[in-house]
Design a protein around this ligand. Structure first.
Ligand code: UDP
Ligand code: MG
Length: 344
């Protein structure tokens, strides 16, 4: 995209989409880092929108955001009705952002804002998607790195669309890509896979992933496991179909074994011992069947949540930046959790 205003400056707006959940300590350092990083871009005519999505925080995150908004009118705040998870919060942000391009970015400074000018440069070169790839993940634990690598391998082996290794949600996407993503109606949202699915011309820039600035990760081992399951079941039906082949293989094996047993019995008479092999094969088959049913359940559960057609997130309100007229009205925004009102 190459839009220039009359004075030759780029008339473009970039939306930073920032989901936040219990991040009160991270907001100020994030804003400082972003402001510094985008300063030269602002000077050359780019406009920015800092779209924070408060994903059901229970600490002072919302208050910190409102205070920051008093100082910086580029800040927009979407307040979700509860914690819907990062993927849903990001969806809310992408739905609401107004920029010619959007950059989903974590607030904990693990996605370095200093990279933003580079992402924008590559976008101006004509790419619709600019991925930020972690070339060094030593800040993550060994276990996290290994399991992440295994996940990417397995996913790409069985899913139709490859997701690039070591690429998180930090990237720049053009307005066309944002609009394409809005057309994907699924409720269970695995954004990495969805980003890959929509395609568009893509390039990569590398960066080193820093440790978290403050606070701690919101993704425990169990959450990550479920996240991986989400990724695989969203973009591949191989786990569902593989049982046809496993079943066929076992049937052929059983038939061959049965034939051998019949022939042996005919020639050598009945041979009673076989308790161990009977038990082992029963247990083996029982296990395999339960596994197959479990995988069916994984998909069925997802089909169920899709057909309920519930919205991906619920917005309590958007908190607008103070206007010249009513500056103090925003100081009165109630940041306490709301009571549920009965509808008449
Ligand atoms: N986040 C969110 N909702 C959640 C969990 C996390 O909006 O339910 C946000 C969080 O505030 C942060 C980003 O998602 O800005 C990444 O979270 P985190 O740093 O915990 O993930 P990690 O870097 O460990 O993968
Ligand atoms: Mg993080």
């Amino acid at each position: 995209m190459n839009v220039l205003s009359l004075d030759g400056r780029p008339d473009l707006m970039i939306s930073l989409v920032v989901p936040v959940h219990n991040e009160e300590a991270a907001i100020a350092p994030f804003l400082t880092a972003v402001t510094t990083a985008v300063e030269p871009l602002v000077a050359s005519g780019y406009r920015f929108e800092l779209l924070f999505i408060n994903d059901g925080s229970r600490d002072g995150t919302l208050l910190r955001l409102i205070e920051a908004q008093q100082q910086d009118r580029r800040i927009r705040i979407l307040d979700l009705s509860r914690n819907f998870g990062k993927e849903a919060a990001m969806t809310a942000g992408l739905d609401a952002c107004r920029g010619d391009a959007a950059i989903p970015i974590d607030v904990d400074l693990q996605d370095p804002p200093a990279l933003i000018p580079l992402l924008i440069d590559r976008w101006r070169d004509g790419y619709e998607v600019v991925l930020a790839r972690r070339c060094d993940r030593t800040s993550d634990s060994f276990l996290k790195r290994r399991t992440a690598q295994m996940f990417y391998r397995l996913h790409n082996l069985i899913a139709a669309q490859e997701i690039p290794h070591n690429v998180g949600d930090f990237r720049l996407i053009d307005r066309q890509v944002i609009d394409a993503l809005k057309r994907l109606p699924e409720r269970r949202r695995f954004m990495k896979g969805m980003f890959a699915w929509v395609g568009f011309s893509t390039t990569v820039v590398d960066y080193t992933r820093a440790p978290r600035g403050s606070g701690e990760t919101k993704f425990s081992g169990w959450k990550l496991w479920n996240f991986a399951l989400e990724g695989i079941t969203s973009f591949s039906s191989v786990p569902l179909e593989i049982w046809t082949y496993v079943g066929a293989l076992i049937s052929v094996g059983s038939f061959a074994y049965g034939s051998v047993t019949v022939i042996k019995t005919l020639y050598f008479g009945i041979d009673v011992p076989g308790y161990a092999s009977l038990l082992v094969s029963m247990l083996f088959l029982g296990g395999i069947q339960l596994l197959g049913i479990g995988i069916l359940g994984q998909y069925l559960g997802r089909v169920y949540s899709e057909i309920k057609q519930r919205p991906v997130y619920l917005l309590r309100r958007e908190i607008l930046a103070p206007t010249a007229l009513g500056t103090d009205s925003l100081l009165r925004v109630d940041t306490r959790p709301r009571r549920v009102r009965k509808s008449s």
